[in-house]
Write a protein of this length. Structure first.
Length: 208
């Protein structure tokens, strides 16, 4: 399996978006790039998700294309066939891990416990998504996990915003963070690209 760590190298924040339409998502990707963001996670939560993923892929835009809400081996195969850069799952199962290894898809599976981390390690993983971060007291959990797992990296997602993002990103075992505060649904649906670009710039400036 291609290393998810190398795929995420140089990425500080991954906007997590629920797609509205293919064209809308391409325009959003352009707005993210203009704001200094170099990755996107398109979730498989709407009927337009697959078309949106394909549209961003075919656009040739200079952005790391990730797909989230991967919950089965079948979905691993589907998004791998599109040629995305990385996949994100809300959880971790042997079937999904095996499918990612088979398709050589860099996968960031969600974990909240030492047992899940150890299962992922048995499949060769060294980076995980901590989800839902805020709901599981993510800051303290990440600090606690660093002791027994000093070489494991995390991308916390879920409940992260501008006000707490620095607290997460400054932890030694955090490789990047995921969030949707810079892509609010009302601005996304109405195509307010300049506002989204500014929110992205604010996020990047805050994290640097």
């Amino acid at each position: 399996m291609t290393s998810i760590e190398s795929t995420l190298d140089g990425i500080k924040v991954i906007p997590v978006i629920t797609p509205v339409s293919a064209q809308n998502t391409v325009e959003l990707a352009k707005a993210l790039i203009a704001g200094g963001v170099n990755a996107i996670e398109i979730t498989l939560r709407t009927e337009s998700a697959i078309d949106s993923i394909i549209a961003v892929k075919e656009s040739g835009l200079a952005i790391k294309l990730g797909v989230g809400t991967i919950t089965s081996s079948e979905l691993v195969q589907t998004v791998s066939d599109i040629g995305i850069d990385f996949g994100v799952s809300p959880g971790l199962t042997p079937a999904v891990l095996a499918a990612a290894k088979k398709t050589n898809l860099p996968l960031l599976p969600g974990v909240t416990s030492p047992s899940e981390i150890m299962l992922g390690m048995e499949h060769g993983l060294h980076a995980f998504k901590l989800f839902p971060a805020a709901a599981v007291n993510g800051i303290n959990l990440l600090k606690s996990l660093h002791g027994p797992f000093p070489d494991i990296k995390f991308c916390p997602t879920g409940g992260i915003n501008l006000s707490n993002s620095l607290e997460y990103i400054n932890l030694p075992n955090v490789i990047c963070i995921g969030g949707s505060w810079m892509v609010p649904s009302d601005l996304l649906k109405s195509g307010q690209w300049q506002q989204i670009t500014q929110l992205c710039k604010d996020a990047i400036d805050h994290l640097n």
